[in-house]
Design a protein around this ligand. Structure first.
Ligand SMILES: C[S@@+](CC[C@H](N)C(=O)[O-])C[C@H]1O[C@@H](n2cnc3c(N)ncnc32)[C@H](O)[C@@H]1O
Length: 277
């Protein structure tokens, strides 16, 4: 028998691949997931002999560096839980900021929106649920990711039309858009060496990497196609690699987008770009 806090500290000490504070928060997240305990709940007595076997199995997986969202099969995004799988990226905080910006800047009813490279569907589903009666479309090259996105839309009661499309080779079958949004793959292969194992070993390469020779391929292709997909005055929103703010803005300017700007996230990093057709 030990107190809840002592139990968390003791389990966290076995998660040596993480900093102490992060390890403790992962352990309490896992306990919450299996036992229904709230992270803030302090129990006088916690007896781990009564814990379900699966919790111990999941804890072993956590020790291998597997992200907790893949272990639990879900992760939070903009106030809701989204299913994730090996085929989808884990939704990130930066992307929540992009979603927040779009919601804030577009209060009008009935806007037509397309999300390119949708993964779990976290962007279009959040927009569908938070905006004023929009018409939302989303696509991805990965059929496996789309299965998860469809599951998420059903579970959360969001109306989104999903389709398969390779944006580098095909043109989506939607037009007259008010908003085009994308968080495409943007990490050059060469940056793999600086990345954490828990991203590299578990998150899908297809969602993350682009060639060293042409790291902006998705931005250029989407911005070019956006000229036909967006209606005049329509808005293009990108999540970007903090290293490429200037280049992304340049290519949007060259293509004739107006009001082009690069925006910083809460950590002060240039992580979003905007332009108007
Ligand atoms: C960085 S992830 C973003 C996922 C999700 N939108 C999010 O923000 O969490 C990029 C997504 O683009 C998809 N993708 C990669 N290549 C693509 C292509 N050629 N055409 C369409 N989607 C592609 C990947 O499958 C992945 O889901």
């Amino acid at each position: 028998m030990s107190t809840f806090q002592a139990l968390i500290s003791s389990w966290a000490s076995e998660l040596s691949i993480y900093e102490k504070q992060e390890a403790e928060s992962l352990v309490s997240w896992l306990l919450e997931h299996h036992l229904g305990w709230r992270r803030t709940q302090i129990l006088d007595e916690a007896d781990d002999s009564s814990f379900p076997q699966q919790l111990f199995g999941d804890f072993e997986r956590l020790k291998t560096g597997k992200p907790i969202q893949y272990i639990m099969g879900k992760g939070p995004f903009y106030g809701r839980d989204f299913f994730v799988s090996a085929a989808t990226l884990i939704p990130r905080n930066e992307t929540e900021e992009l979603v927040h910006l779009i919601i804030k800047e577009n209060p009008k009813a009935g806007l037509r929106i397309l999300d390119i490279g949708t993964g779990t569907g976290c962007i279009p589903i959040s927009l569908a649920l938070e905006m004023n009666n929009p018409e939302v479309y989303a696509l991805d090259i990965s059929e496996e990711a789309l299965k998860i996105a469809i599951q998420n839309a059903e579970a959360l009661g969001a109306k989104v039309a999903f389709s398969t499309c390779d944006i580098l080779k095909q043109t989506p079958d939607v037009s007259d858009l008010d908003i085009l949004v994308s968080n495409p793959p943007y990490i050059p292969e060469r940056e793999k060496t600086d990345m954490h194992r828990n991203v590299l070993d578990f998150e899908p390469g297809l969602a993350l990497f682009v060639s060293n020779e042409d790291p902006l391929i998705f931005y250029r292709t989407i911005a070019k196609k956006g000229k036909h997909l967006l209606k005049s005055g329509g808005k293009l929103y990108f999540e970007i690699n903090e290293k490429y703010g200037i280049q992304v803005a340049e290519l949007m300017n060259e293509l004739g987008y107006t009001e082009v700007k690069v925006l910083r996230d809460l950590n002060g990093k240039e992580r979003m770009a905007f332009g108007r057709r």
